[in-house]
Design a protein around this ligand. Structure first.
Ligand code: OSB
Ligand code: MG
Length: 365
């Protein structure tokens, strides 16, 4: 593998409906895309950093800086015998997981195209379809939430993750149990509860998991919450490195891990985290960051591994966008998405849509 040129493309895609959580309200999806080129082959990647550092410390601007000044120069013009060999050239960079994961995805797409192998197969995936659910944003009021849930249920989703806050917990849960007729439910607080809320977090009725109830950088309080007999604890923000996963397992701080390649620093590490989590007896799923078709294809390939045990937060393209920049993912019978089988990401990028949504682009050589 030899990469001679990298294009950075900053895009903004309008979302079909604004997505609101405890930490952000998004009407559009801004992403930094990468196209790597070499030996007549190209590969696409996506950096899932947002414009504001509200979910994680990185932003589109910090990712561009780190890619341009450190990560891309580490790989440009060199020859590698594998993707892992290329990754080793920038493993010295601390943090900046999203920037690294974006470049890694482009390298995997390139490698898959070069070897005519799907990303799912390269990662060791065996499932032809993956179970998915839908992540439901905060609503203005109960009537609005009920209407949204009815629409998603009608679309065929069978696992619902509700965004919650200390001011929006019992109402959405009651409405969802009423509307969804026993479909599995989970909640995601994005770190907005405190240990003082422990009793309220022991919600009545079945719950698949309680995602990131406490602080984004905490493990010890989550362990205490788990010991208190709360519903299964899933961690998202708190697991942003391999060492944090090991620490969380050692502290018995979680029952479930939400694995996002962007948050953890790339697909290779995500595969290892899934294996480690299964060894430790945890439930596992692949999380989403409202990605375009490029990032979504990487997530779907990852979710095709046997080490993913729960429905992933990967919805169909139509849940997010009117028009995406690449092939659409369609919701299939049983709340599933098909895993692409074509080489690399297995999707085609629509150059017309891409240029329509491009804010800025530059070449690094
Ligand atoms: O906390 O899981 C989260 C989206 C952006 C940032 C953080 C999160 C989310 C989601 C959406 O929950 C999942 C999806 O892409 O459908
Ligand atoms: Mg989350």
């Amino acid at each position: 593998m030899r990469i001679d040129r990298v294009e950075l493309v900053h895009v903004s895609l309008p979302l079909r409906g604004a997505f609101r959580s405890a930490i952000a309200a998004k009407a559009e999806c801004q992403s930094l895309l990468l196209r790597v080129n070499g030996e007549g082959i190209s590969g696409w990647g996506e950096v899932v950093a947002d414009t504001k550092p509200s979910y994680a410390p990185e932003t589109v601007v910090t990712a561009r800086h780190v890619l341009k000044d450190f990560l891309v120069p580490a790989v440009l013009g060199k020859s590698f015998a594998s993707v892992d060999e290329a990754l080793a050239t920038f493993s010295w960079v601390r943090g900046h997981a999203m920037a690294k994961a974006g470049l890694e995805l482009a390298l995997w797409d390139w490698w898959g195209r070069a070897t005519k192998t799907s990303l799912s197969k390269l990662l060791g995936g065996t499932k032809a379809q993956v179970d998915v659910g839908v992540s439901v944003g905060l609503a203005g009021d109960e009537a609005e939430l009920r209407a949204t849930l009815e629409r998603f249920h009608g679309d065929g989703y069978r696992r619902f993750k509700l965004k919650v806050t200390p001011g929006w917990l019992e109402v959405p849960l009651r409405a969802a149990r009423d509307v969804l007729q026993g479909a599995p439910l989970a909640i995601d607080a994005n770190g907005t509860f405190t240990p003082e809320h422990t009793e309220r977090l022991k919600v009545s009725g079945p719950l698949q998991f309680l995602e990131q109830p406490l602080a984004w950088d905490d493990l010890v309080m989550h362990a205490a919450l788990k010991r208190s007999g709360a519903p299964p604890v899933a961690l998202d923000e708190s697991i942003s490195t391999w060492a944090q996963l090991e620490s969380a397992i050692a502290l018995d701080a979680l029952d479930v891990v939400n694995v996002k390649p962007g948050r953890i620093g790339g697909l290779s590490l995500a595969v290892r985290c899934l294996t480690r989590a299964r060894e430790a007896g945890l439930g596992t799923f692949v999380g989403g960051m409202l990605e375009t078709a490029i990032g979504r294809a990487g997530n779907v390939a990852l979710a095709s591994l046997q080490s993913v045990t729960l429905p992933s937060d990967l919805s169909a393209t139509a849940r997010y966008f009117e028009t995406d920049i690449g092939s659409a993912f369609v919701l299939r019978e049983g709340s599933r998405l098909d895993v692409p089988t074509a080489p690399g990401l297995g999707i085609e990028v629509d150059e017309g849509a891409l240029s329509r949504f491009t804010l800025a682009s530059e070449f690094l050589t």
